[in-house]
Design a protein around this ligand. Structure first.
Ligand SMILES: Nc1nc2c(c(=O)[nH]1)N[C@H]1C(S)=C(S)[C@@H](COP(=O)(O)OP(=O)(O)OC[C@H]3O[C@@H](n4cnc5c(=O)[nH]c(N)nc54)[C@H](O)[C@@H]3O)O[C@H]1N2
Ligand SMILES: Nc1nc2c(c(=O)[nH]1)N[C@H]1C(S)=C(S)[C@@H](COP(=O)(O)OP(=O)(O)OC[C@H]3O[C@@H](n4cnc5c(=O)[nH]c(N)nc54)[C@H](O)[C@@H]3O)O[C@H]1N2
Ligand code: SF4
Ligand SMILES: [Mo]
Length: 659
């Protein structure tokens, strides 16, 4: 019996494998034996005929690929990197990579190639939360554990559909409800998550800042703030309070689209709850004002002092299995390793640790900037930017001008593969080992369960091969992931709060390690939290007479993003519909659209075919299409949050046509 961990979502459920079957680990304190359909199907996904099993090369994207060797393909990548100016090289990684993969890639690119152009799909996912945590708490630190819901009185879920996106955590919420937890769901769609809510608030998309500001205003006006905490632990309580004296509450409420009775019901629940957790995900992060939305939410916890106490705090629900680990290890172009920045002292520390003098002190290109930066070489690993970046027509145009696109993938059917010149076969979950950090700072280990397919390599090995070919064998000569983890563990001593040096690699699969458990204070220089006064600037794309609908996008329970691993024959994995478009009955009636009818959804950037799902669970004048429709991003706009550079996926103006 081997203990391992699920490689899909940020919940990080424990698994047991007995050479034949895969089941949930009954003793694991997150899932207690439960798994969702994705976790159960991990083994099946490993064995699909769509695995990429050989290195492949071609000289242009109009030609078919032919089988290559590792020797030939890695040499070709290394040659191109050697020839290119370092600012013309980009590495596009993923929150699904293991920590050891990330560590090697980051060390190679930032430390030895000497560019900070290494970023991750987490830019499209968690970047807004990272910036907001840093601005308010002083570090990218999630101050709540999932188990805290059992010590809380109220859980507010804002723009998070746990029933489909964090399934096993959702089951825990249901359990906590039986013990008295109340749940409020804030979402323009009455989702399956809303179905378990004590109060559901059908907010107008894009107005969460207004709602949380209304809450802060009430907290201040009715004296619900924690006076001692606010004056002693916060840097700027007085000035923040003053700014709230004259905010236009009627206008704010109007923008949320909520009735005043709905807000009053929320306030009643709020003020009578001693312990409160507010959790959020893409409904807030993916926005042109994503950071500000996070800050407006975090403000309510700072004002009330409901943070650093059991059962309280702002809980960002990380989506990918190791998006958090990727951040720790330095996967963003806007940070160095172990949560360090680009200040001279940090650059010096990291340079010494890696024994290099090539680290640049300038932030690199983010994932959302890379394709438009006229790169000579782009290396994509464990993610599919052509599928997932917004405004796909533009993305396709940009990527097709990059002279060398390298894709490292375990499967052959990604959208980015259509634009690659070299493809390298990675060993997927189950054929390799390494560590990951889940959404509440728990570090676990994926174990190798079967032999690695003959010509596949773990992602870290592929980066190491490249490093060696570039002449850095001395610094890149790791025999296994344990050696990499040991080095990374030591490196965390450079950080003042990442205590990962206390973790023990060998026992991680049996005994996960939770970093930062002792942290009960802000991580700013003066140990004070910072309130940020933010207002809804209405910067998202607006509907107009032609494009009358606002398109929301998101998850369905049984599919993982582009579906390379989960879009299996229904005989292997039962799943819900993949391609539909939720439309309100009033809108459908007006357009003469029947349930189940084929429709075309059109934005100023592109059009896709889908099927109408007429339902009153969605707000009128909004549509929802799941991202299991691989073409979704032909529709979305490419506005970015100026602070986090995260895209505004949830607010695109579209129209609907009958086919
Ligand atoms: N089954 C499954 N699970 C997954 C994934 C998957 O692909 N499949 N992916 C993982 C990843 S990477 C991530 S990031 C997470 C995402 O987890 P979630 O963010 O919970 O998932 P989404 O479906 O994107 O849900 C976002 C919700 O925000 C709502 N929303 C849209 N606009 C607004 C708004 O302006 N305000 C508010 N309050 N709500 C709004 C949408 O209606 C939607 O219900 O899921 C993770 N889990
Ligand atoms: N419209 C819209 N767009 C979105 C979002 C949205 O809500 N709406 N959400 C955004 C978010 S939050 C996210 S996280 C992204 C997700 O977008 P992506 O990261 O592009 O989606 P995935 O399908 O998970 O891509 C993972 C890739 O890794 C490959 N892979 C699997 N295992 C391995 C392995 O072991 N090694 C390697 N090298 N490759 C492997 C898979 O085959 C797949 O091609 O999408 C973003 N785009
Ligand atoms: S909830 Fe997440 S971690 Fe748990 S089994 Fe499902 S996909 Fe895997
Ligand atoms: Mo994500």
């Amino acid at each position: 019996m081997i203990k391992s961990v699920c490689g899909y979502c940020g919940v990080g459920c424990g698994l047991e494998y007995d050479m034949k079957s895969l089941v949930g680990d009954v003793g694991y304190p997150v899932n207690y034996g439960n798994l969702c359909s994705k976790g159960v199907s991990e083994l099946v996904s490993m064995q699909t005929p769509t695995r990429l099993l050989r290195p492949m090369m071609r000289s242009s994207v109009t030609e078919p690929y032919s089988i290559s060797s590792w020797e030939e393909s890695i040499s070709a990548v290394a040659d191109a990197i050697r020839k290119a100016p370092r600012e013309k090289i980009g590495f596009y990684l993923s929150g699904q990579l293991l920590t050891e993969d990330y560590y090697i890639a980051n060390k190679l690119v930032k430390g030895f190639i000497g560019t900070n152009n290494i970023d991750t799909n987490s830019r499209t996912c968690m970047a807004s939360a990272v910036v907001a945590y840093k601005k308010s708490l002083g570090a990218d630190f999630v101050p709540v554990r999932m188990t805290d819901i059992f010590k809380s009185d109220l859980l507010i879920l804002a723009g998070a559909n746990t029933a489909e996106a964090h399934v096993v955590f959702h089951n825990q919420i249901k359990k906590a409800k039986k013990q008295g937890l109340k749940v409020v769901v804030i979402d323009p769609r009455r989702t399956d998550t809303a179905a378990i809510a004590d109060l559901y608030l059908p907010i107008k998309p894009g107005s969460d800042i207004d709602l949380f500001n209304l809450l802060s205003k009430r907290i201040i006006d009715e004296g619900l703030y924690d006076e001692e905490f606010a004056t002693q632990k916060l840097a700027n309580f007085e000035s923040f309070r003053n700014k709230f004296k004259r905010v236009a509450t009627t206008k704010m409420l109007k923008r949320t689209g909520l009735e005043s009775e709905e807000f009053e019901a929320f306030w009643e629940l709020y003020k009578s709850s001693p312990n409160i957790i507010t959790a959020w995900t893409m409904g807030l992060n993916q926005s042109v004002q994503g950071v500000d939305k996070n800050l407006a939410l975090i403000n309510t916890h700072l004002l009330t002092g409901k943070i650093f106490r059991e059962g309280n705090g702002p809980l960002s629900l990380t989506g990918q299995p190791n998006a958090m680990g990727g951040r720790e290890v330095g996967g963003f172009a806007t940070m160095l390793a172990v949560h360090l920045g680009f200040d001279p002292e940090s650059v010096e520390k990291v340079s010494q640790f890696w024994q290099t003098d090539r680290i640049s002190d300038r932030p690199g290109l983010t994932a959302t900037q890379m394709l438009g930066a006229d790169l000579d070489v782009l290396v994509i690993c464990h993610t599919d930017p052509v599928y997932h970046l917004p405004n796909r027509a533009r993305v396709e145009e940009l990527i097709s001008h990059i002279p060398l696109v390298v894709e490292i993938n375990a499967y052959e059917n990604s959208e980015s593969a259509k634009y690659a010149h070299i493809r390298l076969p990675a060993a997927p979950w189950g054929e390799k080992e390494g560590t990951q950090t889940n959404l509440d700072r728990t570090i676990t280990k994926q174990e190798k369960l079967t032999r690695t397919s003959i010509d596949c390599k773990a992602d870290w090995e592929i980066f190491q091969l490249l490093a060696q070919r570039l002449g850095h064998r001395e610094r890149f000569d790791y025999a296994n992931p344990r050696e990499i983890f040991e080095e990374y563990r030591e490196m965390t001593r450079l950080s003042d709060h990442l205590d990962i040096h206390r973790a023990d690699y060998e026992t991680l699969n049996e005994q996960p390690f939770v970093w930062g458990e002792g942290i009960r204070d802000f991580l700013t220089a003066d140990k004070k939290g910072v309130l940020h006064f933010v207002q809804n600037e209405l910067g998202s794309e607006k509907t107009n007479l032609e494009y009358r609908f606002l398109l929301l996008t998101g998850r369905t329970r049984d599919q993982w993003h582009s579906g390379t691993k989960t879009n299996l024959p229904q005989t292997l994995l039962k799943y819900k519909e993949l391609n539909f478009c939720e439309i309100h009955p009033d809108d459908a009636a007006e357009l003469g659209i029947r349930d189940g009818e084929q429709i075309r959804v059109v934005s100023p950037r592109g059009a896709i075919l889908t099927k109408a799902l007429v339902t009153d669970t969605i707000r009128p004048k909004c549509l929802f299409i799941p991202i299991s429709n691989r073409e979704i991003n032909y529709l979305t706009n490419d506005l970015l949050d100026p602070q986090s550079l995260q895209p505004d996926y949830n607010h695109s103006a579209v129209k609907v046509e009958r086919v």
